[in-house]
Design a protein around this ligand. Sequence first.
Ligand SMILES: Nc1ncnc2c1ncn2[C@@H]1O[C@H](COP(=O)(O)OP(=O)(O)OP(=O)(O)O)[C@@H](O)[C@H]1O
Length: 456
Amino acid sequence: MPESRLLIADDQPDVLAALRLLLKGQGFQLHMARSPAEILAAVEAHEFDAVLMDLNYARDTTSGREGLDLLASMAALDATLPILVMTAWGSVDGAVEAIRRGARDYIQKPWDNARLLTTLRTQIDLARAVRRSGKLAGENERLVAGRELPPLIAGSRAMESVLRILERVAPSDASVLITGEHGTGKEVVARWLHAGSLRASRPFIAVNAGALGEGVFESELFGHVKGAFTDARADRIGCFELADGGTLFLDEIANMPAAQQAKLLRVLQTGELLRVGSSKLRRVDVRALAATNAPLAQLTAGGAFREDLLYRLNTVEIHLPPLRERKDDILRLAQHFLQVRSPRYGGKVVEFTSEAAKALQEHRWPGNVRELEHVVERALLLATGPAIRAEDLVLRPGGAVERSSALEEMTLDEAERFLIARALARTNNNVSEAAQRLGLSRSALYRRLARHGLEP
Ligand SMILES: Nc1ncnc2c1ncn2[C@@H]1O[C@H](COP(=O)(O)OP(=O)(O)OP(=O)(O)O)[C@@H](O)[C@H]1O
């Protein structure tokens, strides 16, 4: 592990001295700053893995304004730089405000040495993963054309080989078969493969190939012309043509019936298709990515999946290990989901207690990353203080948390808050649309938002 470059900033020399003593010999290369101006100059001149800074500087010692204003300037210089703020004991408001403005976490003075080190390391790991991801995306930035790439958090040993293959095969035109249990991130990986390819500026089209009934399969994938069947009132472009020049992600391929497999194979082999009801051959140039959570090798042995189609699809295979086999990533992912989701629930919850962290580590996660995402979101709702406690996680030994039963255990008030937050999340914070989904008027929704302390 290379040394982490850390900027520590405080206007009190004794604080800097104490930090230096603590961090020396812990794998950090330290830089110091004593004023906001020095902090900015340092961030401009060097690349850091993290900044640990006090919020109060001599000119304005109590409100923390100077430190707060600095956060925006620093984020403008480097949005991926993790900033941890130090606040005086009891001034949680300042810390919450700092986190709203982009700080990743906060440390209260006097600090607890062990917690400070863990917090720092977690944030540094997290930022490294994000930056590594960003690099891959950055290479294609001009081409990505504004499409937002979901974060791919992968700092564990078990994910190293995944990242390696991903970086290697993304730019090639190879078809990739992505395997792994439900919720392990197969679609995220598919999006990264696309973003890292020369096709990144072209469309990425995802289709659940295993869920298309006999009647719609062809029309969905290859399109149809007006009048092809009773409901075909207009021409329709299928997924293959939509993905022309880009990438087609075929999810759940193991569930495809034999007849559909044959049709898919033909188009993949020839690059030509017929819209339903048309006799005009159309050429498409599509990179196929496919995903399955079923052991395809066994299926082909049993005859349920065509071997020739499998060979077409799995020039390269990427296997995503279940979350229980990448325990090192559990907390990283949990912290990430906490950071992303917390603002929707008022932004007051900023960390996990150590018992909660332990419970997360020990759970078996049968629903993998998706389950973890749900558990964190639910815990955010149940948490009453700044930290998520073990009991807020409601982990059932071995079992996934069912959304419906989670609702059943809530009070009416909790359920209302949950459903409102959920509607906002699903509509990208569009209040009108969320109100409509909830069957409320806009003003009724605003009243409830205020009552529950939620922010759109
Ligand atoms: N490494 C990761 N970093 C961050 N978020 C992740 C990661 N892996 C998965 N997620 C998130 O977890 C959720 C499930 O991921 P995704 O849909 O890619 O899984 P999947 O394997 O395709 O699931 P399924 O088999 O059920 O279709 C998504 O919200 C995704 O953004």
